[in-house]
Design a protein around this ligand. Structure first.
Ligand SMILES: Cc1cc2nc3c(=O)[nH]c(=O)nc-3n(C[C@H](O)[C@H](O)[C@H](O)COP(=O)(O)O)c2cc1C
Length: 191
């Protein structure tokens, strides 16, 4: 497998989502597998200066800032299209995904790269990802409840690009039940 491991918590060593994702990757990884790691919590720009839907700025109109934007976008798209297994860890922030994870998605959702406009509407063209693990952590919001705009958004966004097979691992409501982390670790270890 070619595993692409993405973390998005703003915390480092204290992060529950990062530690659970690390455990998950260790668990699913076979000796012959490769892992590409990306912490999107720092350094990603927000998309700006776009001239059309689907991440369009004609090459001859690109400023130096646009060129930098496309360079990082190209790098992220390449990583995304080079894996067969995706692991994304996301803490719920204000009912949704962390802004940095949205910024990452805005940089990879590109017409002609990860989806295509057709006569029938937009079609996802990412066929390399056979399985996506979504590791969702929250303080109080139950995953898949009507307050959770993180998990359904990730499924919708990635599904739009062509990812079809999801496994959600929820470490939710940790403020109420901190012991749940241990149960989630057991679940990961039993995969
Ligand atoms: C900026 C911010 C916003 C948060 N918003 C929510 C929220 O809307 N709902 C919720 O249940 N937990 C919320 N939390 C709690 C986190 O989801 C929880 O602490 C989680 O463990 C953080 O992940 P981490 O340990 O990987 O950093 C928020 C935390 C932060 C820092």
């Amino acid at each position: 497998m070619k595993i692409y491991h993405i973390d998005s918590s703003a915390r480092k060593a204290e992060s529950v989502s990062k530690s659970l994702a690390k455990l998950l990757v260790e668990k699913i990884k076979k000796p012959e597998d490769t892992v590409t790691y990306r912490d999107v919590s720092s350094g990603l720009p927000f998309v700006s200066g776009i001239k059309g839907a689907g991440f369009i700025i004609p090459e001859n109109e690109r400023t130096e800032a646009d060129k930098k934007l496309f360079k990082i976008s190209d790098e992220l798209v390449k990583e995304f299209k080079s894996c067969d297994t995706l692991v994304i860890s996301a803490p719920i922030y204000n009912f949704g995904v962390p802004a940095c994870l949205k910024a990452w998605f805005d940089l990879i959702a590109r017409n002609g790269e990860t989806f295509q406009y057709t006569d029938q509407g937009p079609v996802g063209t990412v066929t390399n990802i056979k399985k996506a693990y979504l590791l969702i952590v929250s303080g109080g919001v139950p995953v898949d409840s009507n307050m959770d705009f993180c998990t359904p958004w990730l499924k919708q966004g990635l599904g739009f690009l062509g990812v079809k097979n999801f496994e959600v691992i929820a470490a939710d409501g940790l403020s109420r039940d901190p012991q749940k982390v241990e149960k989630v670790k057991e679940k990961i270890n039993s995969l």
